[in-house]
Design a protein around this ligand. Structure first.
Ligand code: GDG
Length: 483
């Protein structure tokens, strides 16, 4: 197996200055880290990324943070301006909202694109410095879509094998993508990779549609699930690789004594109630206000739920420096206040709201304790929380209410209760359906979902992606492998 080089915007931890020469190291939360970290830990390799602090990177704390990682870490430094324009700007004010079909949230500031290219070039430099010719280079996510182009522009002598890319977020339909001022430049940059991986068939379809429309000189050849784009005398392979989780680690974690105790404690806090769980990073794509409105609607229309259901909503702080995220948090706070103000009794508070990340034990205890997972993103690449919930249901019990616009719906749709997150009344009706579901039906559905999540786990995801990449590295002719 060739050495694996993972390239992502963020490293799996964040360094924060806590005063003069004092640094704190905190693990990064998020789907990419949850998926990639166990793989690199198992296989070894190198992770290239930004440790989350603007300016110079403190070497001592970095060495401390990475000592027991089990893989090499190559940090990439960003200045404050680059952080603002590349990370907060182009990545999170242009690509993130646009690719989640929320074009009204976009800020198409022209300076952002230049910063995006510049920072992607920095990552390309780090790859050139760290990689050997037979390394498997795997670039991740929407922050780094220009890296292959930067590599091809910069390096003439490097003999790297195939360049591969995986997009963790959705790829938008062509009419939405066409709003992007740099649509052609970005697609051309993506076509400099040799393998493009997406979460779902829908994303692949969208990408191919955009290529056909924006790049008429590219030729798309599709045969069943195999898609090849011929462009500038190269072949770019395109496929869907639904990301999974480390099933065994969640299942074993859920079995451990501390988690069992914490889960019992949670249940005892809310006697005679069904517990419903929402857990998300603070993000407008996750549909948190819509979920709260649906719960409020259910409490209004179905009095049988009052005193009988509690929604535990965990919101993990994320990108809080962006003003839109502040406003968004205020909206959630107000909705929670409104629901609790209207419906609470001396014995029952309908929404338990935590604005903080839980430690892993506590998170697993919540998965284990809650009868219903209520996961309703407006759009989501995959949504790992849905899969983690299933893995932790060692009692084979529990109902998953899932947005039809989460990538996970493609795999879990026969057994999850699918909802349209924009349809408040339908979501409210589905809460009642979950509440009334018989234990036998609930178990039958959960068993099937667990089978799927166990089989198509994160190692299966990596193996299928690496296998596709390796097949292609063998077929990329030597001279074309000169970047
Ligand atoms: C992106 C895409 C895609 C959540 N709360 C806590 C906590 N988490 C962990 C979960 C899960 C991860 O964060 C969230 O993953 P998601 O997949 O739900 O969402 P994104 O962060 O937006 O991830 C997404 C993913 O990439 C992978 O490709 O599925 O669509 O947007 O693993 O467990 N972890 C801890 N405490 C918490 O309170 N420890």
């Amino acid at each position: 197996m060739n050495r694996l080089i993972i390239v992502s915007n963020r490293l799996p931890f964040a360094l924060d200055s806590a005063g003069e020469d004092l640094w704190t190291v905190t693990p990064a939360f998020g789907g990419l880290v949850s998926a990639v970290e166990p793989v690199l830990r198992e296989r070894g390799g190198t992770w290239i990324g930004w440790p989350g602090t603007a300016g110079e990177i403190p070497q001592g704390p970095l060495a401390e943070a990475t000592r027991d990682a089990g893989y090499n870490v190559v940090p990439v430094a960003l200045s404050e301006t680059e952080r603002n324009e590349f990370y907060y700007g182009y990545s999170n004010e242009v690509i993130w909202p646009l690719f989640h079909d929320l074009q009204n949230f976009c800020n198409f500031e022209p300076a952002y694109w230049h910063a995006y290219k510049q920072v992607n070039e920095r990552y390309a430099d780090a790859i050139i410095r760290s990689a050997r010719s037979d390394d498997f280079i795997w670039v991740h996510d929407y922050h780094l879509m220009y890296v292959a182009q930067a590599l091809r522009e910069r390096s003439t002598s490097q003999n790297l094998s195939a360049l591969t890319f995986f997009l963790h977020i959705p790829f938008p339909p062509s009419d939405i993508f066409s709003k992007l001022p740099q649509q052609r430049r970005l697609l051309r940059a993506l076509l400099q990779f040799d393998l493009l991986g997406f979460q779902t068939r829908r994303d692949v379809r969208n990408l191919l549609q955009c290529v056909r429309r924006v790049m008429p000189e590219a030729k798309v050849v599709s045969r069943a699930e195999t898609h090849v784009i011929r462009f500038e005398k190269r072949k770019i392979h395109v496929g869907h690789f639904p990301i999974g989780i480390d099933f065994d680690s969640f299942e074993n974690g859920a079995r451990c004594e501390a988690v069992a105790q914490r889960s019992q404690q949670l249940r005892a806090t809310f006697p005679d109630c069904q517990l419903m769980l929402g857990s998300d990073r603070l993000d407008y794509s996750k549909g948190i206000p819509e979920r709260l409105r649906a719960f409020r609607n259910a409490l209004e229309r179905y009095p049988e739920l009052r005193g009988r259901v509690v929604l535990i909503q965990i919101v993990v702080p994320s990108r809080v420096e962006i003003p839109r995220y502040h406003e968004f948090k205020d909206r959630i706070d107000r909705l929670v206040g409104d629901i609790n103000g209207r419906f609470s009794t001396s014995m029952w508070i309908p929404v338990q709201y935590h604005f903080r990340g839980l430690d892993r034990e506590d998170l697993l205890a919540h998965y284990r304790a809650c009868d219903i997972a209520f996961i309703t993103p407006l759009k989501d690449g995959m949504n790992l929380v849905a899969k983690e919930y299933c893995a932790c249901r060692i009692d084979q019990y529990g109902t998953l209410i899932l947005s039809q616009f989460a990538g996970a719906a493609e795999q879990l749709k026969p057994d999850a209760l699918l909802v349209n997150p924009y349809d408040i009344e339908q979501m409210a009706d589905t809460i009642v359906k979950a509440f009334r579901m018989s234990p036998a039906e609930c178990t039958a559905r959960m068993k099937r979902m667990r089978r799927m999540v166990r089989k198509e786990n994160v190692f299966w995801w990596v193996d299928s992606f690496l296998a596709a990449g390796s097949r292609l590295a063998r077929t990329v002719p030597r001279r074309r492998r000169n970047l």
